[in-house]
Ligand binder design. Structure first.
Ligand SMILES: Cc1cc2nc3c(=O)[nH]c(=O)nc-3n(C[C@H](O)[C@H](O)[C@H](O)COP(=O)(O)OP(=O)(O)OC[C@H]3O[C@@H](n4cnc5c(N)ncnc54)[C@H](O)[C@@H]3O)c2cc1C
Length: 422
């Protein structure tokens, strides 16, 4: 069996590594002519760390990212509302990592090139379309340097081609563009002194107006006694319309984001200083897409953001792409036809991840922070004076139950121990 994967993001590369570990041939095509460590920080939840550890990447991950200890919510003045342990601190067997998205992608790329061979990941090759028949798939591809068109054949085609997926468009031609909720995210990375316990993700403010999220993402900076801080400024302006095609690499402007945070005074975090200190600011609209009724058609399937783009809340975008990859490889390694394996993958994953997409639209943390901002706009001394214990409870229980992150301390169910020859 030969699998053609479209897209060398976190989803596509983990799929290649997972298929290789299961004894299945894989090739990746990537439209970018060069893969560079783009993006800023993301989180890997313990269930994703477990799967990358199964792939032998636990050490590399630990040498790159930082093991998260705490998620803490504050009002915009830095007064504590609620906090909870994360990763090992919450009782999981595997850490949650704060990591640079680009560094994680490079780590996966290096491993994939080493294990599958450098020629198995072809950059500068874009999928333009495909046809499938009873015996396989023919993919039409374009060389991005020359514009030359050619065809590739495979037994299975996996669309891991992100938010603007060509494969998704072919399977669901009537779907419109990404859906925006009126929130714009400005993102950046700035070196600074560590804050709080040095392993905290801090969420300050409210998504009704302005919200600031910050966490450290670099082992290397940490080893030097410094922190490479990933920060996100979220501004809600629901009356404006989405005019540009969402692009993770779009440059943002200091003068657009700074007015929203210039007067923030938090004694343990220099919010305006972090924004000013970033070499580069990126701007991205908070978009997702509605859940799909199917990901698989015959020998073609979707994976990662192509299947389920979600708001970048709750740390699940990259993590769910990794789980998709592992389940897909597991199903393909079982006996039976390619079509049956892809149908099982779809059945195993789609409802679960669709529920996360919907849950991310109603983050319980946001509701609580909005109530705090309404009741105590100028700050408070004790959160008990602002919220009742019942009002705080959803923060502790809501999101995790939906995303099934609290029942994963067993070994990975998706490791293929005896690769089958087909
Ligand atoms: C450049 C970039 C920067 C990002 N930065 C952040 C960030 O800072 N924070 C965050 O939370 N998330 C970020 N994301 C999104 C995040 O990576 C995903 O939500 C998550 O990791 C799931 O990844 P994925 O592999 O499914 O999709 P993606 O990471 O989007 O990868 C899809 C890949 O497919 C390639 N591709 C697209 N169309 C074609 C085609 N027709 N033919 C061949 N290849 C194609 C793309 O170039 C891309 O490399 C970024 C994504 C990208 C592409």
């Amino acid at each position: 069996m030969r699998v053609l994967i479209v897209g060398a993001g976190i989803g596509g590369l983990t799929t290649a590594l997972s298929l290789h570990a299961a004894g299945i041939d894989a090739e990746v095509i990537e439209s970018a002519r060069e893969l560079r460590p783009l993006g800023v920080g993301i989180n890997l939840l313990p269930h994703a760390t477990r799967e990358l550890t199964e792939l032998g990447l636990g050490g590399a991950l630990d040498a790159t990212g930082l093991s998260a200890e705490e998620l803490a919510h504050f009002d915009r003045h830095g007064n504590p509302v609620w906090s909870e342990g994360r990763g090992l601190g919450l009782g999981y067997r595997w850490p949650q990592y704060f990591v640079h998205r680009g560094e994680l992608q490079m780590l996966l790329l290096d491993a994939a090139r080493e294990r599958l061979g450098a020629g198995a990941i072809r950059t500068g090759v874009a999928l333009t379309g495909f046809e499938q028949g009873p015996d396989g798939v023919t993919a039409r591809v374009r060389d991005q340097a020359t514009g030359a068109e050619s065809a590739l054949t495979a037994d299975i085609l996996v669309g891991a081609d992100g938010l603007h997926s060509t494969v998704r468009k072919a399977l669901h031609p009537d779907e419109g563009g990404p859906l925006w909720n009126g929130v714009t995210l400005w993102r950046g990375v700035t070196e600074a002194d560590p804050f709080l316990n040095g392993r905290t993700m801090a969420v300050l403010g409210t998504n009704l107006l302005s919200k600031f999220i910050c966490y450290p993402i670099s082992r290397e900076a940490d080893d030097r006694g410094r922190a490479l801080l990933n920060w996100l400024g979220e501004i809600c302006e629901p009356t404006t319309e989405l005019t540009e095609v969402p692009d993770w690499n779009r440059a943002g402007r200091l003068e657009d984001v700074m007015p929203h945070f210039a007067d923030w005074r938090v004694d343990w975090l220099d919010v305006p200083g972090l924004i000013k200190g970033a070499d580069e600011i990126l701007e991205y609209p908070m978009v997702d897409r509605d859940p799909l009724p199917f990901w698989t058609r015959g020998r073609v399937t979707l994976l990662g953001d192509a299947a389920h783009p979600m708001y970048p809340l709750g740390s699940n975008g990259g993590s769910q792409a990794i789980i998709d990859a592992r389940v897909l490889a597991f199903e393909l390694a079982r006996a039976g036809t390619a079509e049956a394996a892809l149908a099982r993958y779809d059945a195993a994953r789609r409802d679960t991840v669709n529920a996360i997409v919907l849950a991310n639209r109603h983050n319980p943390g946001d509701k609580i922070l909005n109530v705090v901002a309404e009741r105590a706009p100028d700050g408070f001394a004790r959160i008990e004076d602002v919220l009742t214990p019942e009002e705080l409870a959803p923060l502790a229980n809501g999101y995790q139950q939906i995303t099934h992150t609290n029942d994963l301390n067993g070994d990975s169910p998706w490791t293929v121990t005896a690769p089958r020859v087909r």
